[in-house]
Design a protein around this ligand. Structure first.
Ligand SMILES: Nc1ncnc2c1ncn2[C@@H]1O[C@H](COP(=O)(O)OP(=O)(O)OP(=O)(O)O)[C@@H](O)[C@H]1O
Ligand SMILES: N[C@@H](CCO)C(=O)O
Length: 296
């Protein structure tokens, strides 16, 4: 059997830990059962030289968590991971691994758990729902958790919503990108983000992107993370000058996601020039938001 799991872009500016969108870039997981206690992991493409191929592999840990949750012995498994989502770049590689792991276990066990139960297990491992929810359900997903419960609502991406990602040539782990965030924020900044989030949800629902460049602004995480992403402030400034629809850090970064109209590709290339001016190579990839989450 084989699973196809999408990349995801979390936060979309103001929705820190609360919103994410599935994109048409995929990891594939080929799997079959082995005798109890056996584990084989083969990694191809992204992460082939660095990802562990033993019990420390995140996808295997997520797989194992389903058996533990159901109080069942862990079944032996062969996993071939064909990864196209780059690691630690802000495109949801860890969420794709976690979703892959819980889904593989559920398949092997004859699907005892619903997608909602798998979401809960995935959130426990990932720590927040914003990437795992769209990786599971597709589309743009608003989410939150309350101890044991995870809430979500899906918005279908509008056909006019086009985006490109600028993937810089360096890793930034979510752990490091979270370590620079303050423990407390001011009421003023909270009000700023609540207002932007309202505008963002309205823009995504109504498919009216006129105010997206305002709606996508954020004061909770991006100002602190900009010191980890050289050139980011200049990219944000230039995106406004070029009248692009909106720009934000993708997930914890360092990838930058740019919303734009069809035919704006040349303007997006100008943003890539900014990274170059900071001696950072980057890969510019056009990706479409997608309706479908993980599929068999
Ligand atoms: N295909 C995979 N198989 C197993 N583990 C993976 C896989 N992809 C990613 N990981 C694990 O996830 C880590 C990267 O997670 P991290 O949260 O730092 O970045 P990200 O998920 O790519 O970005 P973001 O969360 O900002 O979107 C890797 O170092 C590795 O431990
Ligand atoms: N919301 C998360 C996404 C990355 O996992 C963050 O920005 O840290």
């Amino acid at each position: 059997m084989i699973l196809k799991i999408p990349a995801t872009s979390a936060n979309l500016g103001p929705g820190f830990d609360c919103i994410g969108m599935a994109l048409d870039l995929y990891n594939f997981v080929e799997f079959h059962e082995l005798n109890e206690g056996m584990l084989e992991i083969i990694v191809e493409k992204e992460g082939s030289t660095e990802l562990p191929t033993d019990h420390n592999n995140l996808l295997f840990k997520a797989y194992k968590s389903v058996f533990e949750y159901l109080n069942k012995p862990v079944m032996g498994i062969h996993l071939k991971l064909i990864n196209n989502i780059p690691l630690s770049r802000g495109l949801g590689s860890s969420a794709a691994a976690v979703v892959g792991g819980v889904l593989v276990a559920n398949k092997i066990l004859g699907e005892p758990l619903t997608k909602e139960e798998l979401l809960k297990l995935a959130v426990k491992i990932e720590g927040h729902p914003d990437n795992v929810a769209p990786a599971l359900f597709g589309g743009i997903v608003l989410s939150g958790s309350n101890g044991d419960q995870v809430f979500y609502r899906k918005i279908s991406p509008g056909v006019m919503l086009k985006c490109s990602v600028l993937i810089p040539d360096f890793h930034l782990s979510t752990k490091k990108a979270r370590s620079v965030l303050p423990k407390m924020i001011s009421l003023q900044d909270a009000i700023f983000n609540v207002g932007r989030m309202g505008l963002l949800v309205d823009a995504l629902h109504s498919e009216n992107y006129e105010m997206l460049n305002i709606a996508i602004e954020d004061k909770l995480h991006q100002p602190y993370r900009s010191k980890l992403i050289p050139g980011l402030d200049d990219i944000f400034k230039l995106a406004k000058e070029l009248n692009l629809l909106g720009v934000s850090i993708s997930g914890a970064g360092p990838t930058v996601i740019v919303f734009h109209k069809d035919g704006d590709q040349d303007k997006v290339k100008k943003l890539q020039e900014v990274f170059k001016n900071y001696n950072i190579d980057s890969n510019l990839v056009h990706l479409n938001p997608i309706e479908q989450g993980v599929v068999e």
